[in-house]
Design a protein around this ligand. Structure first.
Ligand code: 6CM
Length: 256
């Protein structure tokens, strides 16, 4: 539905794709469903177990400290609210590989390796080197999905998941360090009903965002460096990326 009620409303049903079989379908479907079932647009589930590491206006960034084989893999969750765009617009720009280099400031390159279906592809990226660590690359599938509500009154969501994978065309070569991640962007649009007789315009739109990331640096890097990067880069990304989408869509018809 276009106008979604308050965030306390019930969660949408997770949809199984009705599409025919495609490569990685069962992994993609089950990971999407897991992210949707855990969606928390308010941050209320974060009380207690999560540490607040950054706050700026409506944006809150949380983490939980976690290590695996001596490597920092702290899960990060952030919530944010922005005006003037829909969840579909935000997710579309996050997912669309054609515009990635317009907003991703931490990459040297981003290349689509294979399309899996019209909403999913595998991408290879080379990340800018962060001194003093070795340069990293990454290889992941990315998919976008609309999750309508059970009925017209409930909230509907848009979701993008980026999850590390393997591909025969991009084997890990000697001396390369491959970062692994599981990232989800989940958005919900709230429409303030316009005065009677008026069309909905961008000032009536609010987009609620939940971004979660779990990153494994792939090879040893100092814990302090990893923690400084996530504390600095996640809020910077959310601020810059949301401004980018607001700017990019401001004179365009609304994409509900
Ligand atoms: O989610 C974001 N971007 C997506 C599209 O590129 C994609 C990428 C996720 C990568 C997240 C990890 C980036 C960290 C790169 C630093 C490499 C050096 C680490 C060495 C350790 C000392 O999902 C936006 C990502 C926002 C930045 C966290």
């Amino acid at each position: 539905s276009q106008s979604s009620p308050d965030c306390a409303a019930p969660k949408p049903r997770a949809l199984s794709s009705t599409e025919p079989d495609y490569k990685l379908k069962s992994e993609i479907e089950s990971m999407m469903e897991e992210h949707i079932s855990l969606a928390d647009m308010t941050g209320s589930d974060m009380a207690g177990a999560w540490m607040l590491i950054a706050e700026d206006g409506d944006m809150k960034v949380f983490k939980r400290e976690q290590e695996e084989d001596g490597m920092v893999i702290d899960p990060i969750k952030a919530i944010h609210t922005v005006k003037g765009i829909t969840g579909h617009e935000l997710c579309h720009h996050f997912w669309n590989p054609e515009v990635r280099m317009e907003w991703e400031t931490t990459l040297d390159s981003s290349t689509v390796v294979e399309w899996l279906n019209k909403d999913s592809m595998i991408t290879y990226q080379v990340h800018k080197r962060v001194w003093p660590a070795t340069q990293r690359d990454s290889l992941f599938w990315s998919t976008i999905r609309h999750c309508p509500s059970e009925d017209d009154e409930g909230p509907d969501y848009w979701i993008v998941v980026n999850n590390s994978t393997e591909h025969e065309d991009c084997p890990l070569k000697d001396k390369q360090v491959r970062i692994r991640f599981n990232v989800a962007m989940i958005c919900q649009t709230v429409v303030q009903p316009p005065e009677s007789g008026k069309d909905i315009d961008r000032s009536d739109l609010t987009c609620k965002i939940q971004y979660s990331a779990q990153v494994n640096p792939g090879g040893w890097a100092p814990a302090s460096v990893i923690r400084v990067i996530s504390k600095r880069e996640v809020p910077k990304f959310l601020k810059n990326f949301t401004s980018y989408v607001i700017n990019k869509t401001k004179d365009k018809p609304i994409m509900f």
